[in-house]
Design a protein around this ligand. Structure first.
Ligand SMILES: Nc1ncnc2c1ncn2[C@@H]1O[C@H](COP(=O)(O)OP(=O)(O)OP(=O)(O)O)[C@@H](O)[C@H]1O
Ligand SMILES: [Mg+2]
Length: 267
């Protein structure tokens, strides 16, 4: 096996707590190589889920963080100049298609539409990737699958995926897990006790109700894990919550007071 791909195998089982039937559904989608879209707010487990699925399916995982400066060449590849002259270098999407990896395009809406369209011929029954500059047509390896993540609600009308892109994917909805499962996740990731983890989750639930009423987004599972990790290190709970849960998400003094009040209600 090529060294280019070996490094992308996930060696140890990532901790992933199943929330509903997403594992079985994803396995079914993979079995027919359906491109998948993982939808959900920041910090709710999408990346962890893909890592877990890649491990479970024993496939390499190539992740690309998308941004608006990204060009098609960043995905597909480009000619590089070196001492011997010009040399083609595959981009991450091409490597994944050639060697049969799962390619995870994180935050794909951030990419410009002229970049996004390069995935089109790979995500319909053609499963091909034309490398126009190189004059090569890559036929995707049988194991190749494309996965994208998508935060619904963050995009403006100008910045959304085209229907012709969206309709090439099956989708799974992700959200913050229900309280008992989220408590279990926070305990597992931080080592704090059930009562403390449960209180962090309860604070997050309060904050999540403020979404759209002064908060753009609720407190994510990721933030709870930050708070829990600080508490596990012996940081005072109020200081930990203020630093990990309150200050990052809002600068509004009234909103901060409201969140601090939620913290003191539970601790
Ligand atoms: N179901 C779950 N099982 C195990 N860990 C979870 C689960 N959900 C969330 N987590 C924890 O929450 C953290 C944040 O999740 P993750 O990084 O997957 O978020 P994300 O949805 O990819 O966010 P973003 O959109 O910002 O990339 C993970 O590092 C993990 O510790
Ligand atoms: Mg992620």
């Amino acid at each position: 096996m090529s060294d280019a791909i070996k490094q992308f195998f996930i060696k140890n089982e990532p901790y992933y707590r199943q929330v509903a039937d997403e594992v079985t559904l994803y396995e079914a989608a993979y079995s027919v190589r359906m491109p998948m879209m993982l939808k959900g707010p920041t910090g709710c487990g999408k990346t962890r889920f893909v890592e877990y699925m890649a491990w479970k399916l024993k496939k390499p995982l190539i992740t690309v963080a998308c941004n608006e400066d990204m060009t098609a060449s960043d995905l597909v590849g480009r000619f590089l100049l070196d001492a011997e002259g010009t040399r083609w270098q595959d981009g991450p999407l091409t490597t994944a298609a050639r060697f049969g990896a799962i390619c995870y395009l994180d935050e794909v809406v951030e990419a410009r539409q002229d970049t996004t369209v390069v995935i089109h011929p790979l995500t319909d029954n053609r499963r091909i990737l034309p490398l126009e500059k190189k004059g090569e047509l890559v036929h995707a390896h049988a194991d190749f699958q494309l996965v994208i993540s998508y935060n619904p609600g963050y995009q403006s009308l100008m910045k959304d995926l085209k229907q012709s892109t969206k309709q090439r994917f099956g989708a799974l909805d992700f959200n913050y897990p229900q309280a008992d499962i989220e408590t279990e996740i926070v305990m597992h990731e931080t080592g704090i006790k059930a009562d403390v983890a449960g209180k962090l989750v309860a604070i997050a639930e309060r904050a999540r109700n403020l979404k759209g009423h002064g908060l753009d987004e609720g407190i994510s599972t990721r933030m709870l894990i930050y708070a829990g990790s600080l508490i596990a290190k012996g940081v005072d709970v109020h200081a930990a919550c203020h630093m990990a849960l309150v200050r990052p998400i809002t600068d509004d003094p009234d909103m901060r007071d409201a969140l601090d009040a939620a913290v003191t209600t539970f601790f």
